[in-house]
Design a protein around this ligand. Structure first.
Ligand SMILES: [Zn+2]
Length: 304
């Protein structure tokens, strides 16, 4: 996804690789911050484990290069093993070593609060939080942002990238999948070194390390088209957020103590209703006790 028709390397927009003068210039041009979330989890034998964050980060880099803004260091630790994630693991991964970088929801979402605090203190006017990892966590991200917005000036929007993937995979409409044709095509377009279609298994053979059943239908061209569509959607959202910025709005999330008070007062009482923590806890379809997915599927912490 490099810029074409120029001998210049694409401009640097990744915070961790920028010099201070570059950050100041990028901020002066467009005070928008982009945050990418994902984790290492099984994505078939043909995709790198970090697909979710690789995908989200590379999309945001493409967005910043074309439309301004700064991309925060990606967060490769995300919600897994709990509730519906464990049930998914039994079905789609099996009992092999899953190579996860998993956190419980309360750790992940508290980290997100601290990320937003930093955006506020650095005086960004807009922040887009993009999760490449799904399951019920993306609805919780929206819930958290609804809770935190009244406390900060920076205008926030959180989404899974499939929300911006319109019209989506040709013929299929906008939708996410899991290491199927949508995610594989996106990663192929964004990080070609991280997809190896020769690794796809031949014939029917499931579960195969979280692979989607239609992965064989992946295409580089479809991935490039979806990336262009997603970037266009996010650019419009960025402009909308910047226009909504109100310098007179309250700014109550500036210190570590502010975050801890917000977390304890506003989030913890609502955590038992976060979908990532609710999962299928009322169903009898949890992992069998002998499964590696059993021990964290039903934690007592913050349980309703
Ligand atoms: Zn994924």
């Amino acid at each position: 996804m490099e810029d074409i028709n120029t001998d210049q390397p694409p401009r640097e927009v990744r915070w961790e690789r920028m010099f201070p003068h570059q950050l100041e210039a990028a901020f002066a041009e467009c005070p928008a911050l982009y945050l990418a979330y994902g984790l290492c989890e099984p994505h078939g034998p043909h995709c790198s484990l970090g697909l979710d964050a690789l995908k989200a980060h590379a999309i945001l880099v493409a967005l910043a290069r074309r439309h301004g803004g700064i991309v925060a260091p990606p967060d490769y630790w995300h919600v897994h093993e709990i509730g519906r994630f464990a049930i998914w693991g039994v079905k789609h991964v099996g009992e092999g070593k899953p190579w996860l970088t998993a956190l419980p929801p309360w750790m992940h979402f508290k980290n997100v609060c601290y990320h937003i605090r930093m955006a506020e203190v650095l005086e960004f006017r807009a922040a887009i939080l993009l999760t490449g990892h799904y399951g019920p966590n993306w609805t919780d991200l929206k819930t958290l942002i609804d809770l935190i917005q009244p406390f900060v000036k920076v205008r926030l929007f959180g989404l899974p990238e499939f929300e911006a993937n319109q019209p989506g995979f040709p013929g299929d409409g906008a939708d996410g999948d899991h290491a199927g044709k949508v995610e594989t095509s996106l990663l192929w377009a964004l990080e070609p070194d991280c997809v190896d279609m020769r690794m796809l298994p031949e014939g029917e053979e499931y579960p195969v390390f979280g692979m989607g059943r239609d992965a064989q239908e992946s295409s580089l061209a479809a991935g490039q088209q979806m990336v262009a569509d997603i970037v266009r959607w996010l650019a419009a959202k960025q402009r909308e957020l910047l226009a909504a910025y109100d310098p007179g709005a309250p700014s109550g999330l500036r210190t570590f103590d502010d975050v801890e008070a917000f977390w304890a007062g506003e989030v913890v009482p609502r955590l038992p209703r976060f979908k990532s923590l609710r999962g299928s806890w009322t169903q009898a379809d949890g992992p069998p006790p002998a499964s590696r997915w059993y021990e964290n599927w039903l934690p007592k912490t913050y349980r309703a």
